[in-house]
Structure formats: structure tokens, C-alpha cells
Design a binder for this molecule. Sequence first.
Ligand SMILES: Nc1ncnc2c1ncn2[C@@H]1O[C@H](COP(=O)(O)OP(=O)(O)O)[C@@H](O)[C@H]1O
Ligand SMILES: [Mg+2]
Length: 403
Amino acid sequence: MSVEEPRHDADAAAGRAFAPGAWLGLLGGGQLGRMFCMAAQSLGFRVLVLDPALDSPAGSVADRQLTADYLDPPALAALRTLCVAATTEFENVPAAALEFLARELRVAPGAASVAIAQDRIREKSFLADHGFAVAPFAVLRDAADIDSVDEALLPGIVKSARFGYDGKGQVRVKMRHEVGAAFDAMQGAAVLERMIDLATELSVIVARDDAGHVVSWPVAENRHRGGILDVSILPARIDAALADEARAIATGIASALEYRGVLSVELFVARGRGLVVNEIAPRPHNSGHYTIDACVTSQFEQQARILAALPMGDTSQHTPAVMLNLLGDIWFEGGAQSAREPDWSTVLAHPRAKLHLYGKREPRRGRKMGHVTCLGETLDDALAMAAAIKRTLGIADEDTSTT
Ligand SMILES: Nc1ncnc2c1ncn2[C@@H]1O[C@H](COP(=O)(O)OP(=O)(O)O)[C@@H](O)[C@H]1O
Ligand SMILES: [Mg+2]
């Protein structure tokens, strides 16, 4: 143990877990944070949420909420005084905030991992340097980079290096001259990535503890609509060898990062090429929400366990599941001009449907408002239930990929 090690982390390194009642700090107040709060509170911890917005989904269930910018000195000082450890639910939280907290607190994941995951250039370079397959790409920082773009990267996607999510910050390009216009619209560095012919999309969530042990949940098969996750099917309908390979890749990435906490890895199954890593997120993932209802330990409980230096829980899946995202669009079903609450009794009429709503006051098209986990005796049962719920809620059922 080095002398620089933060006080609380030294306790954790010595195998001393934090006692219930201790305060855990959370940067970010979205739905991932809300589900983290609930899991941490179930283990007896108290949670302090820091988010710039009042009434955030996590803030409204947290024991305490600080409404301030992530780099606000008084807010960070308050968090550092009250809490024994801190985590994030949001990859765009400034790494500097985590670095500041890490001087005194146990922080998981660490600022270095977050800094890599929040910047596509660093992320792709890290993955490629460590031998993980990624889509062929070029870094775009200035006009010279645009001029020297290799035709082999077209058709492709220009993706902003920072702050993209749910397909935002991306422009598809076919011709060389479109690359420059797309880059100009990005306001900052970007990557040009070659379009991959996707057979399917997968994700793997892993958790790594202080001792370097890594556990993984089953592989999710993900379907997107309009650039946003629509459904996750668990376990993925792929052969066992491919699933093992996907889990091994995700585990390898967590180890290469010397990661601590819950890490999400999105993968493409490229037709004729096998697995390609798309992106990583230093937090639980939308495709892992089913773990609350269908696994022994949820991704959120695991995040709390690792943060509190407790042993990790079993990641086995006990029930086949299909997770269906509920976007704000269904509040405007049938072309309604003003938002109308969907009739949730039609969902709950399925006794094995588990409804989770995030408490967001304002439904907007494309906004993630909640999800339903459909639990089946078999995966086919869960798929049939998800299709029935989609029909009643007015969610289109075609498996279109991103636009
Ligand atoms: N190189 C690519 N080839 C084909 N489809 C892609 C590629 N990159 C992204 N996509 C599609 O766009 C979606 C969103 O892209 P992603 O890089 O994961 O950004 P986000 O941060 O918005 O999740 C992916 O899930 C996939 O469907
Ligand atoms: Mg993605």
C-alpha cells in the first residue's frame, strides 16, 4: 500500500468493506444512477447524487442530492467530506472530477478508465493497441486529415470523439466530399469508421474487483431502432463458441484497463469477419437492465458491491428474458399532440412482465422513459410477450437497424 493511497481505499485494499450506513457518492443522476441508488440502498448504504439538474431520476430516490455542475468545487468538497467512495453512472462526467475525488476517496471506476471510454479516439486506439479488433478507422482533427482520408474507409460513419450517445453525434458518409461537411458539423475531433456489414449486435457486461477477478453476465443480443437500443435478448441466440469469445474479449478489455467496477462492451458480429469491438462504457449498460429481474446479482448491485469493497455476487441468469425499452414516443401514440400516459395495466396484465419507469416528468420522442423485462419459461415465450407488449403500446416491431 503506497502512502499516497486514499484513506478509504487503503481500508478497502486491506479487505475492510464499508459498513452499511456509509455514504456512497454518485456522479450523474440518470436512470442508471436511479437503479444504482436502489441497489445500494438495499444493501444498507446511503447515496449522495451530484447532478446539474433538479429532480433527476437518481436524485429523486437518493438519500441526498446536490444540484451542481460536476466540477463545482463546493459540491465536490461536500461529496468528498460525506462519502467513503464514489462512482459514476455517466461516461461524460469530467475525468478531472473523479481525479479530484480519488485524492481522498475510493473511486471506481478510476479516472484513467473513464478518460479512455469517454473519448472515441483514445478508446479505439487503446483497443487496437491491445490487440482487440475494431472497425478500421481514421482520426479526424483538421483539414489535412480529411484530405488524406483513405477511400477504403468509405462508406463510413463520422463519429464525434466526445459526447455522442444513442446515435447522436454521428453522420453516415458515402463519398469523400461528405466527410469534410460531416466533420465540420461535429465541432471538435472525430473519427471516420468504416461501415461494417452487421450480422448482429452483442454486448457483454463484466465486473472486475480489486484483486483482478473478472466475472461476466451472459451475452446480450441487441436490436436498435433509429440509433437507440430497442430490445435486448438474453441469452443471445448465437453459438456457444461465439458467446465464449465475446465474454473473453470483454474480460480481456477489463483486465487491460486494470478496471475496477462494472464495464460494458458493445460488439458487432461482422458478416464474414467475426467479432469487432464497437465501444465500451465505464458503467452499467441499458442492455443489462434485465439483470435486475433475471439474474442472481444485477449489474447495479455489483457496482455497489465493488464500490463498497464487498465480495462480488453471482452473475448467473436464472430466467430467459427480453428487455424492451420504453421511449417517450409511446406517450404520443397515434399522433397525439400532447403527451398521454400509456395504459400500464396492459403491460402488467402479463404476470411475468416487470415494469420499470424512471420517474422522468417530461416524455419526449427518443427519450428513455423506462423498460419492461419480459420473463419467459423459454426465450420464445419472452419474445412472444415482448412482441405482444409492443403491439399494445404501439411500438413498431420491425428489426430495423440504425438509420
Ligand atoms: N462502423 C459501423 N458499422 C455499422 N453500424 C454501425 C457502425 N458504428 C455504429 N453503427 C450503428 O450505430 C449504432 C450506434 O453507434 P455507437 O458507436 O454504438 O454510438 P452510441 O454512442 O450512439 O451508442 C450501433 O449500435 C450500430 O447499430
Ligand atoms: Mg453504442
